[in-house]
Design a protein around this ligand. Sequence first.
Ligand code: IMP
Length: 171
Amino acid sequence: MEILLDEKAIQSRVRELAAEIERDHPDDDEIHLVCVLKGGFMFMSDLVRHMGPRVTLDFIAVSSYAKGTKSSGEVRMLKDLDSGLEGRNVIIVEDIVDTGLTLTYLQEILRARSPKSLRTACLLSKPSRRQVNVKVDYIGFTIEDHFVVGYGLDYAEKYRNLGHIAVLNGE
Ligand code: IMP
């Protein structure tokens, strides 16, 4: 597999994103990170290690039927958050924004819970694949239309544990 982004490049960009998120929340307000499972787990865990003690976190899991033949944007909730979002500064932490359908759904349902602010951080973005215009406040890297694995991203549940991002050959 061809390495697209090595561990060093990812770590230095994640550190920058963490600083940017902290800067955008100038008061001592809590910053509540919502990790989108499973793909967001490694990005989230590195992100929070570069942030201060005002960070709290939670996890949500959705399954997307947006790929393959069906691109209806139908998304199903698999695991909801443990706590409410009312009045909180919320950051959705997602691995990649592809068509944008999953993120659009997530932003809609989380916005309906009345957070004080709602922002989104994605490690990767594939703009050429976008079907809906979704706002992403923090993007780690913009990439071409490759199927990538590693750093949380899988192919058939494999390769999530890689510290780097690789292009899956044959895709
Ligand atoms: P979207 O709804 O099309 O934006 O899809 C988002 C989800 O599709 C991501 O959270 C990933 O789980 C998955 N996905 C999209 N592109 C890739 C990829 O290149 N590798 C692995 N998973 C991907």
